[in-house]
Design a protein around this ligand. Sequence first.
Ligand code: SF4
Ligand code: SF4
Length: 376
Amino acid sequence: MAKISLLKCDDYNRVNSAVKESVHLLGGISSFIKPGEKILIKPNLLAPKEPSKAVTTHPEAVKAVIQLVKSAGATPIVGDSPGGAVRDIKNLWKVTGMEDICTREKVELVNFEAAGSKAFDIGDNNVKRVNFSNAVLNCDGIINVPKLKTHSLMAFTAGIKNLYGCVPGLMKVEYHKLASKNKDFAHLLANIYLFLKNKIRFTIIDGVLAMEGNGPSSGEIRRLNVIAASADTALLDAVMLTSLRRDISKSEIFKKLMISKKDTDGAEIIGNARQDFNFENFKFPSLRKLDLMPKPLIKILGKFLWVHPEINEDVCVKCMMCKKSCPANAIYKIESGYPRVEDKKCISCFCCHEMCPYKAVDFAKSFLAKIFIKED
Ligand code: SF4
Ligand code: SF4
């Protein structure tokens, strides 16, 4: 079983040494990369947000990985496909700090959409063929550098969910529509992970400043002070989730990948011990409390237990990013210029909540949902 490295790091000025020490503990960069290889470093670049907002992987963590890859005699490139409706990739690179570090390190930043893509049957029941960017397909290996955050649909995003960014642009929105239920989307993510698994050399999670609450873009910053790494992305995610006191037996991703608490309990942790961190009282998205309810009860309560997005016009700036990100075409513009959600069409994927740059998408809940989903 692969080792899991956990290292304390409470400052991005010290993240360079923490990242390098993590990889050293796992066996050193030369055990993962050969000279002459082309290695894609894949951060989470969801949206054009400054590093201090904890929405994207911190550039200092990416810089440390770039330097490691170079030290192994390989060529690093850096890239990610942001949320589907983000069009200005150059602005995103600038705001997230990626342009600055890649210029200074003389490393190519790759536009996943411009690189073209190729479709594959990855054995998913809902999305018959999945497109991957050629930037992903044409590299020799991937180093996955996600941000640790909550996610309103999936509860949690780290190593596995970060790989969804290997699908270019608006195709992500399309696949969301085809795999709209929580279980179907979880299986799609698991299948994408399995398809890319042999290319992933290791995953290193930026959890120094993480995000809790209603992430992945509108949550609250939570200082976890952890850099976590492993050659086994799925086990690493599972260990982080259980460390944050989440029952992984309810996760459709881990059910599909057949990872249980027994695996996380038996994982070999190196570096710092779990108890060296303050993982207590981590707030998961309020909506995901529904996952913890018994399935038969959810079935019985069915249509009385709903949550839909609702636009907060006090905050909304009418940019229509939500409309462009909606896989179900459930958002339309009203005469005043504000967006409205057509509840009948809405598939409750919460992409609008994820992609709204102004935190203007709230959750409207039924009477019963209000009882079961109390905000912390
Ligand atoms: S809700 Fe958010 S994304 Fe939608 S128009 Fe308003 S500000 Fe833009
Ligand atoms: S309105 Fe929002 S939650 Fe509903 S389908 Fe569209 S993006 Fe998903």
